[in-house]
Design a protein. Structure first.
Ligand code: ZN
Ligand code: ZN
Length: 444
C-alpha cells in the first residue's frame, strides 16, 4: 500500500472536520476482522445494550456457517435472544429483501430488542438495517462475505410492490467478520464484492462532473477513503481467485470503507454513478420481463468496464462539440415503469442542457479531464482485474444475451435524475454511435 494513503481506521466512530469544509461523522464504531470475534462480540455490544437483548437474523446458510455459534456465544454471556432464520423463497432460492419478507420477520420480533444483529451479507444485512431503522434501535452485523458495500452504507435497496427502491437508514454500529468465513464464502459473492469495490473511482469522476457543472458538494476525502486499499486487490486479482487471506481482507475492508464514504457523501451521490445505473437498468429490465439477473456487484463490475471505456474515449476529445440528448424516453422499453422513468428524465433534461452549454467551453472541459485523469482507470485494467480474479467480465458471465446488454446500454441514460458518464457520452456522440463497438471490444 502507498505510504501516503489515508488511515481510515483512525476515523471509525469519529466526528471530524474535513478539508471539504464540512464536519463528517462515521457512526460505525467497530470494525473487527478476527477469527476469534464470535467470542468477543457479546462483550463489545454489551456497551450498547443495558438489558442485553438482541434479535439475531440469519438465513439457513449463514445460520449453519455462523449464527448458531454466535447465538451460543450470546447465550453463554446471559443475553436474551430471539433467533430468526429467514426462510428461502417458495422456489428454493435464498430470501430477498422485499416488503413481504420484512413484514414476516417484523411479526416474529414480538418484544422489542435493544439491538438487531444480522448474520449474513446483502439480503440479511439489508433486512436487519431496514428493520432496526424502523424500530429506532441500532443494528450490528456479523458479515459472512466480502460481497457489497452495504454493511456501512446508509441505504437499503428493497423491492417494494415489485419495484426496486432505495430506503434511507443507518449504517451498522459494528461490523464483525472472521477471515476464515469471508475467505470461504461462495466465490461468486466475493467477485460481486470486487465489482462493487471497483466502482468507486468511476462514481467519483461522475461526482466531480456534478461538482463542476452544478456545484454539487464534492468531498475529496470520500474518494481517498474508498480507494484506501484499492491497489491491494486491483494489482493482485489472481490472489482473489486463490482466496489469499491478506488480499481478501483488503477487499473486505475496501468495501466497508466505500460504505463509510457513502455515509459521508450522503445518499444521493455515490450509488448513482453511471456504472451503478447500468446494473439498476438490468434489474429494472428483469423486473419488467422476468429475465435473469446476477448479483449487484457482478453487474456493477461490467458497468465499471463500460464507464471506464466511455471515459477513455471522452478523455481523448480535445475540442468538444456537444449535442442535445433525445427529447423523450422510449416508453415501450420500460413497460409499467415508464411514467416514473419519464418524470425523472424530464427533471434531468435541464441538467443535460446545462452540461451541453458548459462543456462546450474548451477550458472547462480540459479542467474536468485534468481533475479526473488520476482517478479513472483504463477499461483494460478493470477488465483484466475482473477476469484474472475469476469474476464477471463479459455479458455471458451475468447470464445476459448480447441484444439484452445492448438495449440496456441504449436506455440507461433515461434512468435517474443525475448526469453521469452515460449522459455525457450521449452529448458527445459516443452513445449511441459506438454501442456495438464498445460491446464487442469490452463487454464480450
Ligand atoms: Zn453498489
Ligand atoms: Zn469532506
Amino acid at each position: 500500500m502507498q505510504a501516503n494513503r489515508i488511515d481510515v481506521e483512525s476515523l471509525i466512530g469519529k466526528s471530524f472536520s474535513c478539508e471539504c469544509g464540512r464536519t463528517h461523522i462515521i457512526p460505525t464504531k467497530y470494525l473487527i476482522y478476527s477469527d476469534d470475534v464470535i467470542s468477543t462480540m457479546p462483550e463489545i455490544l454489551e456497551r450498547h445494550c443495558s438489558d442485553k437483548s438482541v434479535a439475531i437474523i440469519s438465513d439457513s446458510r449463514t445460520h449453519k456457517v455462523a449464527a448458531e455459534d454466535i447465538a451460543n456465544s450470546f447465550a453463554k454471556a446471559n443475553w436474551s435472544l430471539t433467533d430468526i432464520i429467514v426462510p428461502d423463497t417458495s422456489d428454493g432460492t435464498p430470501p430477498h429483501c422485499d416488503d413481504e419478507t420484512y413484514e414476516r420477520i417484523s411479526a416474529e420480533i414480538s418484544d422489542k430488542p435493544e439491538m438487531i444483529l444480522a448474520v449474513g451479507a446483502g439480503t440479511i444485512n439489508d433486512l436487519a438495517k431496514w428493520l432496526a431503522f424502523d424500530m429506532n434501535i441500532p443494528y450490528a452485523v456479523f458479515a459472512t462475505a466480502a460481497s457489497m458495500t452495504g454493511y456501512t452504507s446508509p441505504i437499503v435497496a428493497p423491492t417494494i410492490k415489485g419495484v426496486k427502491q432505495v430506503v434511507c437508514a443507518q449504517p451498522a454500529i459494528g461490523v464483525f467478520a472472521a477471515g476464515r468465513i469471508i475467505e470461504n464464502a461462495p466465490f461468486k459473492l466475493t467477485t460481486a464484492g470486487l465489482g462493487d469495490a471497483l466502482a468507486k473511482p468511476m462514481s467519483s469522476a461522475d461526482w466531480i462532473m456534478n461538482n463542476m457543472l452544478f456545484d454539487e458538494h464534492y468531498c475529496p476525502l470520500c474518494t481517498q477513503i474508498s480507494s484506501a486499499t484499492e491497489l491491494t486487490y486491483l494489482d493482485n486479482p489472481s490472489a482473489i481467485r486463490s482466496r489469499q487471506p491478506n488480499v481478501i481482507e483488503a477487499l473486505f475492508r475496501g468495501l466497508v470503507y466505500c460504505g463509510f464514504a457513502m455515509t459521508i457523501a450522503g445518499t444521493n451521490v455515490t450509488p448513482s454513478g453511471g456504472e451503478h445505473i447500468f446494473s439498476h437498468t438490468l434489474d429494472m429490465l428483469a423486473s419488467i420481463d422476468g429475465g435473469a439477473n446476477d448479483y449487484h456487484g457482478r453487474q456493477v463490475g461490467l458497468g465499471v468496464i463500460l464507464s471506464a471505456a466511455l471515459y477513455s474515449e471522452l478523455m481523448q476529445i480535445e475540442n468538444p462539440t456537444l449535442r442535445d440528448l433525445p427529447e423523450t424516453i422510449d416508453k415501450s422499453f420500460w413497460g409499467g415503469l415508464a411514467d416514473g422513468i419519464a418524470n425523472d428524465y424530464a427533471a434531468k433534461r435541464p441538467l443535460t442542457k446545462t452540461m451541453q452549454e458548459k462543456f462546450s467551453d474548451k477550458r472547462l472541459w480540459r479542467k474536468y479531464i485534468d481533475r479526473i485523469k488520476g482517478i479513472v482507470k483504463t477499461p483494460n485494467r478493470i477488465k483484466e482485474c475482473l477476469k484474472q480474479a475469476g469474476g464477471a467480465s463479459g455479458f455471458s458471465d451475468i447470464q445476459c444475451e448480447r441484444d439484452r446488454v445492448k438495449s440496456v446500454i441504449l436506455h440507461m441514460h433515461e434512468m435517474g435524475t443525475r448526469c453521469t458518464v452515460v449522459e455525457l457520452s450521449w452529448a458527445m456522440g459516443i452513445l449511441p454511435d459506438r454501442t456495438d463497438d464498445l460491446i464487442d471490444e469490452w463487454l464480450s
